[in-house]
Design a binder for this molecule. Structure first.
Ligand SMILES: Cc1cc2nc3c(=O)[nH]c(=O)nc-3n(C[C@H](O)[C@H](O)[C@H](O)COP(=O)(O)O)c2cc1C
Length: 227
């Protein structure tokens, strides 16, 4: 599979979340050879969408001349788009959101009813694409935290998506937390293997992967003792 990883962490390869993504990709690699390319959004020149809609009316041409045309080409040339990013203010970091907004040229202005909502009709052929979201966060709780970004991802990519959210992610960059992070990364590897083989992740495995590694109050106490 041709996999395009879009890393939205401004910490680049020092990202807590990229530990999770790395383990997931390792698992996928164990199952079959994968061709992996990584884009770090923080390295890219991506102007903000101005909302002019000329890309939707003008055969997909944006008014900006920056890295986005090339990124759109990369997206279309891959099979799986893996968005790896930390939760920022219950959403995605700004550099990634700028990239997502600028995928507008893939859609046309025309819309159609899809179930109980409307969606734009594509200008580009994207039916071959699968989408994975891997999101880490700094709080120990998943509820009242990840919901907005999960909903956004599902609405943006209603088909062929899988979502992995992991709380307490700063522990992946803390060697003293290895006793809980190493087994969790093994579990995430298993998730990657399963995804590569079956194209989806079993709900019970996902529940294990997305649970806190240590009890919420213990995590909060450790964080608070270090500030
Ligand atoms: C601007 C900003 C906003 C954040 N917002 C949230 C949040 O809404 N919920 C949360 O649990 N953690 C939040 N965090 C914590 C990060 O998600 C956490 O530190 C994560 O592990 C960073 O991952 P990374 O190393 O992959 O960038 C925020 C951090 C920053 C810098």
């Amino acid at each position: 599979m041709r996999i395009l990883v879009i890393n939205g962490s401004p910490k680049r390869d020092k990202s807590d979340t990229m530990h999770i993504t790395g383990a997931f990709l390792e698992g996928m690699q164990e199952s079959a050879h994968q061709d992996i390319q990584i884009i770090h959004t923080i390295d890219k020149h991506i102007e903000y969408c101005t909302g002019c809609f000329s890309c939707m009316r003008n055969g997909g041409k944006c008014i900006h001349d920056d890295d986005m045309e090339n990124i759109l080409g990369e997206i279309l040339a891959h099979d799986l788009i893996l968005f790896s990013f930390p939760l920022y203010c219950y959403g995605m970091p700004a550099s990634l959101k700028a990239l997502l907004d600028r995928t507008l040229p893939l859609s046309s202005m025309a819309m159609r009813k899809a179930g109980d909502r409307y969606e734009h009709i594509g200008q580009a052929e994207v039916s071959h694409l699968r989408y994975v979201m891997i999101c880490g966060c700094g709080f120990p709780n998943s509820q009242q935290n990840f919901e907005p970004v999960i909903m956004q991802f599902k609405l943006c990519f209603p088909r062929n998506h899988s979502i992995i959210t992991v709380p307490e992610s700063p522990m992946f960059n803390a060697p003293e937390a290895a006793v809980v992070t190493v087994p969790r990364l093994e579990l995430i590897k298993q998730t990657g293997r399963q995804y590569a083989k079956e194209g989806e992740i079993d709900a019970s495995l996902l529940a294990e992967v997305t649970s806190p590694m240590i009890p919420e109050d213990q995590y909060a106490a450790i964080v608070n003792s270090s500030v």
